[in-house]
Design a protein around this ligand. Structure first.
Ligand code: NAD
Length: 329
């Protein structure tokens, strides 16, 4: 099969080449994202392989269908960037990597919490410059704090387990409750109670019409003064404008984000010698209590290996007409 891999970085190609040695498929790697403007690159390909910021909307799918593409392979868990209904109408199957390393993402969420709290990023720079002062570096103990978790699936669950290890009290909201977590002491509450009681709020639900802008003016108003908000899930769970207001009036004490609503034209690229064309992101970056990473929570050796092997298995199953266990329906 001929496979067009979009949004390819050197590390993606490295992992595909490492794990696809025995596979008879031919891969073409494109640096560009898949959008309706680039979809004509797929002429002659059977399969497209895409990542979080490729825009596989209805228009893109029309072109993929005309070009004979039969399978869309996501090398990620979230599928909010694919119009699954449009693909179904064109008889194009969609597969994903449902769980590659929940630990990679949950551990990154914890890294954001610890860095924001204990300010190790600032201490590092200070000490490198010979400044050994502790002024403004004061943090708080995690033990005994209330952590609110929105979404207790694969990632949310491992996040809860880590935070229980710190001695935190965990409250959660999910449309489905995990008996395993309840047995560990996690208390499920209505979402507004989770907003109200949390010292730290961490988002681990998918982006869909129910969760878009779940963090907004109204929910922020329900939160504790000085709350820490962590988002390693999807950017549009947060209304950026409302969060900027919350930071400005000090209702939000800390914000740690690995994802951003308008990330697709920025993240994964080097803008260090360019003007950043996003005033909201620049405003966010101006707050001393905001920490932004560019969608790197997934990026561990273990996760990359798992993503690549599951992606190759998904393609192999399609080629052999076997059941698509990771199909998005
Ligand atoms: P999952 O499907 O295992 O868990 C999602 C949970 O959210 C489920 O328990 C589901 O019931 C719950 N949920 C659904 N709708 C909800 C709602 N309205 N309110 C509250 N909870 C709701 O998914 P996962 O593997 O844990 O991944 C979670 C999200 O993390 C993904 O959707 C993806 O967007 C994001 N993610 C980010 C990265 C990264 O690198 N930053 C990597 C992987 C995944």
């Amino acid at each position: 099969m001929k496979i067009a891999v979009f949004s390819t970085k050197s590390y993606d190609q490295e992992y595909f080449e490492k794990y696809s040695k025995d596979v008879s498929n031919s891969f073409s790697f494109f640096e560009t994202a898949l959008t309706s403007d680039t979809a004509n690159l797929t002429i002659g390909f059977d399969v497209v392989c895409v990542f979080v910021n490729d825009n596989v909307d209805k228009n893109t799918i029309e072109i993929l269908s005309k070009n004979g593409v039969k399978l869309i392979v996501l090398r990620c868990a979230g599928f909010n960037n694919v119009d699954v209904e449009a693909a179904k109408n064109k008889h194009i199957k969609v597969v994903r990597v449902p769980a590659y390393s929940p630990e990679a993402v949950s551990e990154h969420a914890v890294a954001l919490i610890l860095t924001l709290n204990r300010k190790t990023h600032k201490a590092y720079n200070r000490v490198r410059e010979g400044n050994f002062s502790l002024k403004n570096l004061i943090g708080f103990n995690l033990k005994g704090k209330t952590i609110g978790v929105i979404g207790t699936g694969q990632i949310g669950k491992t996040f809860c387990q880590i935070m229980i290890g710190f001695g935190c009290k965990i409250i959660a909201f999910d449309v489905l409750q995990s008996e395993e977590l309840i047995a560990l002491g996690v208390r499920y509450l209505p979402v507004h109670e989770v907003f109200k009681q949390s010292d730290i709020l961490s988002l681990h639900c998918p982006l869909n019409s129910n969760t878009k802008h779940i963090i907004n003016k109204t929910s922020i108003a329900q939160m504790k003064e000085g709350v820490m908000i962590i988002n390693t899930s999807r950017g549009a769970l947060i209304n950026t404008f409302d969060v900027i207001q919350g930071l400005s009036n000090k209702k939000i004490g800390y914000l740690g984000i690995d994802v951003y609503e308008q990330e697709e034209n920025l993240f994964f690229e080097d803008f260090s010698e360019r003007i950043i064309p996003d005033d909201l992101l620049l405003r966010l970056n101006s707050f001393p209590n905001v920490l932004i990473t560019s969608h790197q929570a997934f990026f561990t050796k273990e996760a990359m290996a798992e993503i690549t092997t599951t992606t190759l298995d998904n393609i192999k199953a399609f080629e052999k007409n076997q059941e698509l266990v990771n199909e998005v329906k």
